[in-house]
Design a protein around this ligand. Structure first.
Ligand SMILES: Cc1cc2nc3c(=O)[nH]c(=O)nc-3n(C[C@H](O)[C@H](O)[C@H](O)COP(=O)(O)OP(=O)(O)OC[C@H]3O[C@@H](n4cnc5c(N)ncnc54)[C@H](O)[C@@H]3O)c2cc1C
Ligand SMILES: *[C@@H]1O[C@H](CO)[C@@H](O)[C@H](O)[C@H]1NC(C)=O
Ligand SMILES: *[C@@H]1O[C@H](CO)[C@@H](O)[C@H](O)[C@H]1NC(C)=O
Ligand SMILES: *[C@@H]1O[C@H](CO)[C@@H](O)[C@H](O)[C@H]1NC(C)=O
Ligand SMILES: *[C@@H]1O[C@H](CO)[C@@H](O)[C@H](O)[C@H]1NC(C)=O
Ligand SMILES: *[C@@H]1O[C@H](CO)[C@@H](O)[C@H](O)[C@H]1NC(C)=O
Length: 536
C-alpha cells in the first residue's frame, strides 16, 4: 500500500484545524453577544447601539479611527470579533463578565497611541472596549481639580481647563490626540515635567472596574491598587473609567523658542554642552533637543540638525538673562523668542501654526497623517562624549534614517525630588535625560518595515555603551516589545516578565506583581507586556 505523503496531509490537517477554531470562536461570539444583551440591563440607549461586529458596515471605520500606527492596520493584522464603544459603565461591566464566560480576551482602547498596537491587536480571540464615548471632563476651579473620563484626549483636557481658568494647566504630553486612559496610566510627560512631574504624579483619585466587574474608587480599591494604576501601564489591572487630577498653576505669560543648529554651526558641541546643564536649569525652564538628518547649505551634502525647543514659565527678559547665565553657548537672542499664553504654547509644541484657533485641541485626528513607525527609549545618566554623538550622526546618514529622529527630554527639577517608589514610574534622581528613538517610513510592506526596524535596533545596540545599565531602563508609554514579552497566547511567568518589567519599573516591578496577584489572580487582564500574577 502506498503511504500517504505527509506533504498532502499537513495542509489538510491545517485546514481542518482552522475551520474548527473559526467555528468555535464564531460560536462563542454568538453566545457572547447574547450574554452582553442579557447582562447590560435596560440602560438607554441599549447596548446593541454600541456593538460592532464585522457584519456592521461601520466596523472597519470604528476600528481604524483610533489606530495611530498603520504597522498594525494591515490585512494580516488580527482583528477583534467585536468592538464595544460603551456609553455607560454597566456596558463595560457586562463586557468583562461575558468575556470571561465565553473565553474572550479584552483589549481596552482610549486614544489608540500604543506604539505596538496592544490596545487593538491580539493573537487570541478578542474584543475591544473602545472608550471613545466616555470622554466628559469636569473642571472644578475652586478646588483646583478635574474629573476626566478615560476616553478624553489630552488636548481636550488642556482646552477645558483653559475654558474655566487661564491660571491653571496640566502636566501631560505634547501631542494633543494622546488618550488619557493609556497616557496617565503609563506616566505622561510633557513640557511641564521639570516643574510639576508627570501626569501620573498629579492623579488624586480614579474610577475603575476590576475583574469581578466592581466599580472602585480610590477608597474602595485601596492604596496598593491606586498606586499601581498610576504609572504601572494600562491594562494589567482592569478598565479605568475616569481620573481625578490635580491642576497645576501656569503664569499668564510664557515664552517659547526653537533654535536650530547644524554641524557647521557647532551642533555637536552644543548637544554635548546641553547635557551638563539641561537637568540643572531653573525648573521653570525646559529645553529639549530633537536630532535628525537634514540637507546642508552646501549643495548636495547632508548634515545633522539639532533643534533646541523650549518652554519658559515667564517672560522674555528673565529667560534671556537665565540663558546668558546657564547656556550662553546656544547664542539665544530676543528674536528667537515669543511670548504667549500657556494654552497657546501647547499648540506651538504640537506643531500648529501660530494664530490657529484653540479648538484644534479638540480634534482626535492628528495634524499629519501617521506613518509606519517603530520607537524605543533609553535613559542617560552620564553625558555622552562627543565621539559617542558622532557615532549617532553616522547612523543618521544611512538611508533608512531619512525620517528618523531622536528626542532628548531633560529631567531634573521636580522629577528628581519625587522618590523612585512614590508611583510605579521609577525614572527619577540620577537621570539627566531620556531618549526617544523614532523611525518613520511611508513605503508599505514587510521588507521596508524590516529595513527600518533593523536600523533602529542597530542604533539601540550601538547606544548600549552610553546609557543606563542594569537594568537598561525604558519608558513604558514608549512601548517596545523588543525588550521582552510574555507569551503571545498570554501565559505569563514572573521570570520571563522580569526582563522587561525591571526595565520599565526597576524595583517597583515586584510591588506591581504583588498587586496584580491580589486583584487579578487568574490573570484575566493580560497582554504581551502585562504584569504577571504569581499564581498563573
Ligand atoms: C504621536 C504620539 C505622541 C506621543 N506623545 C507623548 C508625549 O508627549 N508624552 C508621553 O509621555 N507619551 C507620549 N506618547 C506615548 C503615549 O503616552 C502612550 O502611547 C499612551 O499609552 C497612549 O495612551 P492612549 O490611551 O492614546 O493609548 P491606547 O493605545 O488606547 O492605550 C495604551 C495602553 O493602555 C491601555 N489602556 C488604554 N486605556 C485604558 C483604560 N481606560 N483602562 C485600562 N487600560 C487602558 C491599552 O490597553 C494599552 O495597553 C505619544 C504617542 C504617540 C503615538
Ligand atoms: C450591528 O448590527 C447588529 C445586527 O444587525 C445590530 O443589532 C446593531 O445595532 C448594529 N450595531 C450598530 C452600532 O449599529
Ligand atoms: C470642592 O471640594 C469639596 C470637597 O470635595 C466639595 O464639597 C465642593 O463641592 C467642591 N467645590 C466645588 C465648587 O465643586
Ligand atoms: C563655533 O564655536 C567656536 C568656538 O568654540 C566659535 O568661535 C564659532 O563662532 C562657533 N560657530 C558658530 C557658527 O556659532
Ligand atoms: C534634500 O536634498 C535632496 C537632494 O538634493 C532633495 O531631494 C530633498 O528634497 C531635500 N530635502 C529637503 C527637506 O529640502
Ligand atoms: C498556560 O498555563 C497553563 C497552566 O499553567 C498550562 O496548562 C498551559 O499549557 C499554558 N499554556 C501555554 C500556551 O503555555
Amino acid at each position: 500500500m502506498k503511504p500517504v505523503s505527509s506533504s498532502v496531509l499537513i495542509p489538510f490537517v491545517i485546514t481542518l484545524l482552522f475551520s474548527f477554531l473559526w467555528a468555535t470562536s464564531a460560536h462563542n461570539h454568538e453566545e457572547f453577544l447574547q450574554c452582553l444583551t442579557l447582562h447590560a440591563g435596560n440602560s438607554t440607549p441599549s447596548i446593541s447601539q454600541v456593538i460592532y461586529t464585522p457584519a456592521n458596515s461601520s466596523y472597519s471605520s470604528v476600528l481604524e479611527f483610533s489606530i495611530q500606527n498603520p504597522r498594525f492596520s494591515t490585512p494580516t493584522t488580527p482583528k477583534p470579533l467585536v468592538i464595544i464603544t460603551p456609553l455607560h459603565v454597566s456596558q463595560i461591566q457586562a463586557t468583562i463578565k461575558c468575556s470571561q464566560k465565553h473565553g474572550m480576551q479584552i483589549r481596552v482602547r482610549s486614544g489608540g497611541h500604543d506604539f505596538e498596537g496592544l490596545s487593538y491587536v491580539s493573537y487570541v480571540p478578542f474584543v475591544i472596549i473602545d472608550l471613545i464615548n466616555l470622554r466628559s471632563i469636569n473642571v472644578d476651579v475652586e478646588n483646583g481639580t478635574a474629573w476626566v473620563e478615560a476616553g478624553a484626549i489630552i488636548g481636550e483636557v488642556y482646552y477645558k481647563i483653559t475654558e474655566k481658568s487661564r491660571n491653571f494647566g496640566f502636566t501631560a504630553g505634547v501631542c494633543p490626540t494622546v488618550g488619557v486612559g493609556g497616557h496617565f496610566s503609563g506616566g505622561g510627560w510633557g513640557t511641564l515635567l521639570r516643574k510639576y512631574g508627570i501626569a501620573a504624579d498629579n492623579i488624586v483619585d480614579a474610577q475603575m472596574i476590576d475583574v469581578k466587574g466592581r466599580i472602585l474608587d480610590r477608597e474602595s480599591m485601596g492604596e496598593d491598587l491606586f498606586w499601581a494604576i498610576r504609572g504601572g501601564g494600562g491594562a494589567s489591572f482592569g478598565v479605568i473609567v475616569a481620573w481625578k487630577i490635580k491642576l497645576v498653576h501656569v503664569p499668564s505669560t510664557v515664552t517659547v523658542f526653537t533654535v536650530n543648529r547644524n554641524l557647521e554651526q557647532n551642533a555637536t558641541k552644543l548637544v554635548h554642552q546641553w547635557q551638563y546643564v539641561a537637568d540643572k536649569l531653573d525648573e521653570d525652564l525646559f529645553i529639549l533637543i530633537t536630532l535628525s538628518a537634514a540637507n546642508s547649505s552646501q549643495e548636495g551634502r547632508r548634515t545633522i540638525q539639532a533643534s533646541f525647543n523650549s518652554l519658559y514659565l515667564g517672560g522674555i527678559d528673565n529667560l534671556l538673562s537665565l540663558m546668558q547665565e546657564s547656556f550662553p553657548e546656544l547664542g539665544l537672542v530676543r528674536e528667537d523668542c515669543s511670548e504667549m499664553s500657556w494654552i497657546e504654547s501647547t499648540l506651538y509644541f504640537a506643531g500648529f501654526p501660530s494664530g490657529e484657533p484653540l479648538d484644534v485641541l479638540l480634534s482626535r485626528t492628528p495634524l499629519t497623517r501617521p506613518n509606519f513607525f517603530k520607537a524605543k527609549s533609553d535613559y542617560v545618566t552620564e553625558p555622552i562624549p562627543e565621539v559617542g554623538l558622532e557615532g549617532i550622526w553616522e547612523r543618521f546618514y544611512q538611508k533608512e534614517a531619512e525620517k528618523a529622529s531622536l528626542v532628548l527630554v531633560p529631567y531634573g527639577g521636580r522629577m528628581s525630588e519625587i522618590p523612585e517608589s512614590a508611583i510605579p514610574f521609577p525614572h527619577r534622581v540620577g537621570n539627566i535625560y531620556k531618549i526617544l528613538y523614532l523611525v518613520n517610513w511611508e513605503e508599505e510592506g514587510i521588507v521596508e518595515s524590516e529595513r527600518h526596524i533593523s536600523w533602529i535596533r542597530r542604533l539601540y545596540t550601538y547606544m548600549a555603551a552610553y546609557v543606563s545599565k542594569s537594568p537598561r531602563a525604558a519608558y513604558v508609554n514608549y512601548r517596545d516589545l523588543d525588550i521582552g514579552t510574555n507569551s503571545k497566547k498570554g501565559n505569563t511567568s514572573y521570570r520571563r516578565a522580569s526582563t522587561w518589567g525591571t526595565k520599565y519599573f526597576k524595583s517597583n516591578f515586584n510591588r506591581l506583581v504583588h498587586v496584580k496577584t491580589m486583584v487579578d489572580p487568574t490573570n484575566f487582564f493580560r497582554n504581551e507586556q502585562s504584569i504577571p500574577a504569581l499564581s498563573s
